[in-house]
Design a protein around this ligand. Structure first.
Ligand code: HEC
Length: 166
């Protein structure tokens, strides 16, 4: 009985979500101007909007695209068992050594605390991956490196889930 009710409720919620989406879509243009002002007008986007000055925003997004490229290059190196190379890419493009490259100091002051923490955790985990990847040559065990890589991408996910720039 309880189960049936739950299923019915879930179906109703799903329908509601689909309906809301259609509604959003149809009203999108009309609401665009207001939505830009009131972030709460987009009910499914609960990310905190963080102000970055224009050049810093452009710089940050370019960095982000390089983060993704770095992950791709790391995975490719791992697939070729080039563990030192994977470690170097991670350290220099995502790890603690990349902080100056990314102008982390300039950007940090615009970030709320949670965002700063996600960024720091990402850099730390990328450096941890760099060490673990270089260890594979000696240990023959790639699992600790893969775990550190997953911990790194978990921080991309966490920050993206919580924040956007405006
Ligand atoms: C400290 C927070 C934070 C971390 C950590 C982070 N990002 Fe981002 N990223 C952002 C924000 C904020 C945006 C802009 C999102 C928006 O405004 O919609 C973004 C945007 C992006 C974009 C889109 C760029 C564009 O041109 O629009 C890519 C790709 C990206 N991130 C990749 C990554 C990858 C890969 C990682 C992890 C290796 C990562 N990011 C880690 C905050 C972060």
């Amino acid at each position: 009985m309880k189960r049936t009710v739950n299923i019915a409720l879930a179906a109703a919620l799903c329908f509601g979500a689909a309906h809301a989406q259609q509604h959003d879509h149809a009203m999108h243009q009309q609401h665009q101007a207001q939505a830009a002002k009131a972030t709460r007008a987009a009910p499914k986007d609960t990310r905190q909007a963080v102000y970055f000055p224009k050049t810093l925003r452009e710089h940050t997004l370019a960095n982000m695209r390089d983060h993704l490229l770095a992950l791709q290059e790391i995975q490719e190196a791992l697939s070729k068992q080039e563990y030192d190379k994977a470690g170097d890419i991670a350290e220099h493009r995502l790890g603690m050594s990349s902080l100056a490259l990314h102008g982390a100091h300039d950007v940090a002051k615009y970030m709320p605390k949670g965002m700063q923490e996600a960024g720091t955790a990402m850099h730390r985990n990328a450096s941890r991956f760099a060490v673990a990847s270089k260890d594979v040559g000696a240990t023959g065990d790639v699992k600790p490196a893969l775990a550190a890589l997953a911990a790194t991408t978990a921080q991309c996910v966490a920050c993206h889930a919580g924040y956007r720039v405006k």
